[in-house]
Design a protein around this ligand. Structure first.
Ligand code: SF4
Length: 247
C-alpha cells in the first residue's frame, strides 16, 4: 500500500504525464529528451545495449554525454552484448554508465537455471529488483521502447507514470517506425548489435532469446514457447506490465 505522500505524488505525476503527452505530441525525440532533463529532475536512461539501443544512446549523448545510463547485467547476457556495451559507450563518449547487477544470484539461483523453472522469478531477481533499486534514486527514467515493436506496445505513450512509485517514465522514440530507426542508423553510420545480422531483432538474455524467422513478430524470439512476453521491468498504473521492457 502506498503512503499518502507517495500516492499524492503519483497522482500528481499522472496528470503531469497527460499534460506532457499533449504538450509534446508533435515534438521530435531530441526536444523531448531536453525537456525531460530540464523539467523532470534527476533522470536516468535505462538501456539494454540491444538491437536498436544505439539510436537512443546517440540522442542522449547529443544532449548530455554525462547523463546517467543504467545497464542491467543479468549475468546471463550474450558475450556480444557485453562487448557491444563497452564499445558503444566508448564510441559515443558516454561518461556515466552504471552497470547494475543483482548481487545475490548465488543464493537464489546457485545453478543458474531459475530461468528454466520460473522465468518470472528469474527476471525479478536478475532484472526488475536490481533496476527498481537503482531507479529509486531518480525522479524519472528514459526507455527506448517503440509502438511498432509488438502489438502489446501499440498504444505506448511518450510519457507514462509508474503509480506505485513517484517516477515518470519517458519513451522518446514511442512513435518511431522501423523505417525511422533504419534511416537514423544509416544517416549516422551507427554500429548495430552484432547479433542483429544473425537473425536477432530483439536481444535479451542468452538462454531466453532465439533468432526470429522472416515475417515473425520481432520479439517472437524472446521466451519462445512460453507465454511470457516481457521481463517485468515496467510498471504502469501500479501494475507490473507485461507489455513493455527495455529490451
Ligand atoms: S530473460 Fe531469462 S535469463 Fe534473463 S533474467 Fe529473464 S528469465 Fe532470467
Amino acid at each position: 500500500m502506498l503512503h499518502n505522500g507517495t500516492f499524492d505524488r503519483a497522482y500528481r505525476n499522472d496528470g503531469r504525464a497527460a499534460l506532457l503527452n499533449a504538450r509534446f505530441a508533435h515534438s521530435g525525440a531530441i526536444e523531448v529528451i531536453k525537456a525531460v532533463y530540464r523539467e523532470i529532475g534527476k533522470v536516468a536512461m535505462v538501456s539494454s545495449f540491444g538491437a536498436d539501443s544505439v539510436v537512443l544512446l546517440r540522442l542522449i549523448a547529443q544532449v548530455d554525454r554525462n547523463a546517467p545510463v543504467l545497464f542491467v547485467d543479468t549475468e546471463m547476457l550474450f558475450d556480444e552484448t557485453l562487448e557491444y556495451q563497452v564499445r558503444v559507450a566508448d564510441m559515443l563518449g558516454l561518461t556515466n554508465v552504471h552497470v547494475i547487477k543483482a548481487g545475490n544470484t548465488d543464493f537464489h539461483d546457485p545453478a543458474g537455471t531459475l530461468h528454466e523453472t520460473d522465468p518470472n522469478a528469474c527476471c525479478s531477481l536478475r532484472k526488475t529488483a536490481p533496476l527498481q533499486k537503482a531507479l529509486s534514486h531518480y525522479d524519472g527514467w528514459i526507455s527506448g521502447r517503440k509502438r511498432h515493436q509488438s502489438g502489446t506496445r501499440a498504444r505506448l505513450n511518450m510519457f507514462e507514470v509508474e503509480d506505485n512509485t513517484p517516477r515518470i517514465k519517458v519513451n522518446p522514440l514511442a512513435l518511431w517506425s522501423a523505417q525511422d530507426t533504419a534511416r537514423f542508423m544509416k544517416d549516422t553510420q551507427l554500429p548495430r548489435h552484432p547479433l542483429v545480422a544473425k537473425g536477432y531483432p530483439s536481444i535479451g538474455c542468452a538462454p531466453c532469446t532465439t533468432p526470429v524467422a522472416e515475417g515473425e513478430d520481432p520479439r517472437a524470439g524472446r521466451w519462445r514457447e512460453t507465454e511470457k512476453e516481457e521481463c517485468g521491468i515496467h510498471f504502469v498504473n501500479g501494475k507490473m506490465v507485461r507489455t513493455g521492457d527495455t529490451t
